[in-house]
Design a protein around this ligand. Structure first.
Ligand code: ZN
Length: 565
């Protein structure tokens, strides 16, 4: 058994979301987080992606547990998919467990999974690893960093964090525990890079309260607040300020209702009796007595806010005099959707308040001075920036080098699939594994093979060609000319569109040539190929593909059909 530790990120490095990492020592492997990613635009029917867990198959017997830092989708979204393949125990906080449970229930897995709820400062021994859960602050509640003692040294994985000494809900970040590890000696700090490009400190969750108080005191009409359903501190602030200004709160949108329910049930939200009202009751109330707390801050067309701004959400529309508050950051890639939605809201005659106009949102991630506090508390030998696009990882490295005096060789930039080996003295990337991603069709929770996505993309950009060959069932002889139907193929269309005579002629000449190619490919095929449908189809596909690509430059999806009569 080797006496080295391997750190292998399966996702979340060099990209936004899909955080997942394997920690391997000898014949034991721990999985830290199992997150989803969100492809920038929802195209080809792909809603979300997860790491491709095929990589883990060779370690099937070694995987001992999944440990979760917190309950955001980019950290637990892939949990059902990994547990379906590897049924191992899960360790996480109470609130994370609450979110994980409803996820597992949707996938019909709840009865089969062992979920261990842990407290902050609790230590759990799993084989050669000993894990302490350390309280950190973030936009969600009940979030942990992990201090993992391994035979080669202690690894601290920050998870998502910021240094918030005055969170709205729960305890502040437990810097004392980080300092304790710093004194004992830490081999490597795997540290959140999401906000590594932002100077200064990240404001406390409380920092948005004054802006909300102003907005509530000024508004005479209805107030609509859109926030991330997982921003539990923010939801509590909206509830508190509503109470303070004698407004009732109506919660709209599936994920918002679910999270309010989980957080209330587990005691994380403090909701005064009678504060929450149903949509029907809300519709009866006067405009200055109601707040709608809704999903859709990213302009998602299916979420409550977009629908209220366009067609109506369950009979509710944005109206003149309403004040809409976007209490969330713009996730990169969503700018156009959000901008379009803001346009619709203005058209309805409402006022809109976004982050740029007032402090209605603060980040949940460590800015540079938070990173300084964390790194100086932990004083690791090696710093490994994680969570973020390459630009952020790089700036994290630059900051630690230039402002915290770390030598370049002790700051290690890794990528997904890299095998980072640590022996207690040295740290080096010794191998690169092919990991990839799996796409998920959220409507059916089904995995979509990456081949399928590639095919959909090819269909969209390159079109499709169907070629029909009719053979004599007895002799294998070609009975008639091959037929070809092309759709959306550049330079090869068989539809009777409005193309000019010249292109139509070129088209039909090309089609005739393509048919000749198929004929000679069939006639020239070996007896074995002719007798086997799948061999023959592949043979025809390759020949036709070569021809079309050479003549038109297109690479359509080609589907040969063999009919034997
Ligand atoms: Zn998070």
């Amino acid at each position: 058994m080797s006496s080295v530790l391997e750190i292998i990120p399966l996702g979340g490095i060099g990209e936004f979301g899909m955080n997942c990492m394997a920690l391997r020592y000898g014949d034991e492997m721990l999985i830290l987080d199992a997150g989803m990613g969100f492809p920038e635009e929802s195209v080809y029917g792909v809603d979300v992606s997860i790491p491709n867990f095929n990589f883990l198959e060779e370690y099937r017997d070694d995987i001992t547990a999944v440990v979760l830092t917190h309950g955001h989708e980019d950290h637990i979204g892939a949990l059902p998919y990994i547990l379906k393949r590897f049924n191992v125990p899960v360790y996480c906080s109470h609130f994370t467990a609450g979110l994980a449970e409803s996820k597992l229930e949707e996938h019909d897995l709840l009865g089969d999974v062992l979920l261990h709820r842990v407290e902050s400062r609790e230590v759990v021994d799993i084989g050669s690893f000993s894990i302490e859960f350390i309280r950190v602050s973030h936009s969600l509640v009940d979030c942990f960093s992990l201090a993992i003692k391994t035979p080669v040294g202690t690894i601290i994985h920050t998870g998502d964090y910021k240094v918030d000494e005055t969170p709205v809900i729960g305890e502040p970040i437990d810097l004392r525990s980080f300092r304790r590890y710093g004194q004992e000696g830490v081999l490597a700090l795997l540290s959140d890079s999401t906000n590594a490009t932002v100077p200064g400190r990240t404001p406390s969750e409380r920092a948005v309260i004054p802006a909300f108080e102003e907005i509530f005191s000024e508004a005479s009409g209805r107030i609509v607040v859109a926030a991330f359903a997982s921003s539990i501190h923010r939801l509590q602030i909206v509830l508190d300020v509503a109470q303070q200004f004698n407004r009732r709160v109506c919660v709209l949108g599936r994920s918002m209702q679910k999270n309010v329910d989980v957080a209330d049930r587990l005691g994380y939200l403090d909701i005064p009796d009678g504060l929450l009202v149903s949509l029907n009751d809300a519709k009866q109330m006067s405009d200055d007595a109601i707040v709608f707390l809704v999903t859709g801050s990213q302009g998602e067309s299916r979420a409550a806010l977009s629908q209220m701004a366009t067609q109506s959400y369950k009979g509710l529309m944005i109206e003149e005099g309403d004040t809409v508050v976007l209490s969330a950051r713009i996730i990169p890639g969503n700018e156009r959707l959000i901008s379009r939605m803001i346009g619709f809201i203005y058209k309805r005659g409402a006022n809109i308040i976004e982050e740029k106009r007032r402090l209605v949102h603060v980040s949940g991630h460590a800015s540079q001075e938070d990173i300084r506090i964390m790194t100086e508390a932990v004083r690791p030998k090696f710093v490994v920036p994680v969570h973020g696009e390459y630009r952020m990882l790089f700036r994290h490295k630059e900051f630690v080098k230039n402002h915290l005096g770390y030598p370049e060789e002790n700051i290690i930039l890794i990528e997904n699939g890299d095998v980072l080996e640590l022996d207690g003295e040295r740290a080096a990337v010794i191998d690169k594994r092919e990991i990839g991603r799996t796409f998920i069709d959220e409507t059916g929770f089904e995995e979509i093979e990456s081949d399928t996505v590639r095919e959909r993309k090819q269909l969209a950009y390159e079109g499709t060609v169907t070629a029909v060959i009719t053979l004599d069932a007895e002799t294998g002889e070609l009975l008639e000319d091959p037929r070809i139907v092309a759709k959306g193929v550049r330079g090869l269309s068989t539809s009777n569109g409005s193309s000019t005579t010249a292109t139509a002629e070129a088209n039909s000449a090309l089609l005739d040539d393509a048919k000749r190619i198929l004929t000679s490919a069939t006639v020239g095929a070996s007896r074995q190929t002719l007798e086997d449908d799948s061999l023959l189809k592949e043979h025809l596909r390759v020949e036709l593909k070569r021809f079309i690509q050479k003549q038109t430059g297109s690479r359509p999806v080609i589907t040969p059909v063999v009919v034997r009569v």
